[in-house]
Design a protein around this ligand. Structure first.
Ligand code: SAM
Length: 290
């Protein structure tokens, strides 16, 4: 096998060769554990037909592994200091392409259209933890055709992705993940699998996109506006959360009627509602807004 960077000594050698200085602001913690890399590749179930989007390749450790299994890997890296390093470490992997860009600014849907004729891709990444939520929400909400997202995230974020009402971890991210995908934790990963070591524990989670959403809504954007509004101010009531939202144009009395139609009262909080109830509420509000 040509993938060699999972070996810590090789990682150190590359970092020294290029005098690389870790950038904290980019959430740089590079994987140095071949077992974890093997687990991620296996969980992502990559075939030789697949186009893989990797977010944040770092020095290309996982990119090498991905390239050995996929048809093509497109890796998007924000740090321009890593670009010459990636040219070096990926020189023997012709089915890789590195884009020096901020993933949050890249039009991934168009990229997939061009590179994969709109066929669903797989996303695999050891994510920069400071922007995990916007990355995942962005992929789902911007309708990027994708089959699955297999990613390393902070352990606490993996917990949030799997939580339901009543849990302190339940929030907008839990609901977005439940709406779009089936979540499954592949492995817990301790800090010593990274260089430098993060302060928190990590987990690999696989999100497999639903073929049909579990609730049917008139307006998906409205559903998520409502979800965000009700979790924006955690200790407030659902009514006040919705009333303070700029995108929901209904007077407070009407909102109260809508909550009543859902079978709930003035005091109910957003964190008590299930995805199904948010779906119903969004359809009630949708009708009232017409
Ligand atoms: N994949 C590598 C590995 O596993 O060793 C590196 C993972 S490291 C946790 C996260 C990577 O994402 C870093 O290389 C960092 O520079 C990059 N990154 C941070 N913010 C980014 C952004 N907005 N867009 C693209 N890449 C980003």
């Amino acid at each position: 096998t040509k993938a060699t960077l999972g070996n810590p000594a090789h990682t150190v050698a590359i970092l020294q060769k290029y005098d690389f200085v870790f950038q904290k602001k980019y959430g740089q913690n590079f994987l140095i554990d071949t077992h974890v890399l093997d687990k991620i590749i296996k969980a992502a179930a990559i075939t030789e037909d697949d186009l893989i989007l990797e977010i944040g390749p770092g020095i290309g450790t996982m990119t090498q592994y991905l390239a050995e299994h996929a048809r093509k890997v497109i890796a998007v890296e924000i740090d321009k200091k890593l670009i010459p390093i990636l040219e070096d470490t990926l020189s023997e992997f012709p089915n890789t392409q590195v884009i020096n860009e901020d993933i949050l600014k890249l039009d991934v849907a168009t990229l997939v259209q061009e590179e994969n004729q709109g066929k669903p891709i797989k996303v695999v990444a050891n994510l920069p933890y400071y922007i995990t939520t916007p990355i995942i929400m962005g992929l789902f909400e911007n309708k990027v055709p994708l089959e699955s997202i297999t990613v390393m995230v902070q352990k606490e974020v993996a917990d949030r992705m799997q939580s339901g009402p009543g849990s302190k971890n339940y929030g907008a991210l839990s609901l977005a993940v439940a709406y779009y995908a089936e979540a499954y934790v592949v492995a817990n990963v301790p800090p010593n699998c990274f260089m430098p070591r993060p302060k928190v524990g990590s987990a690999v989670i696989r999100l497999t996109r639903h073929t049909e959403p579990p609730v049917v809504v008139e307006d998906e954007k409205l559903l998520f506006d409502i979800i965000r509004a009700s979790f924006n101010q955690r200790r407030k009531t659902l009514l006040n959360g919705l009333n303070n939202a700029e995108t929901i144009h209904l007077p407070k009395e009407e909102l109260l009627v809508a909550i009543g139609e859902l079978g709930k009262g003035e005091q109910i909080r957003g964190e008590a509602l299930t995805l199904e109830e948010f779906g119903k509420l969004s359809n009630i509000i949708y009708k009232k807004m017409q």
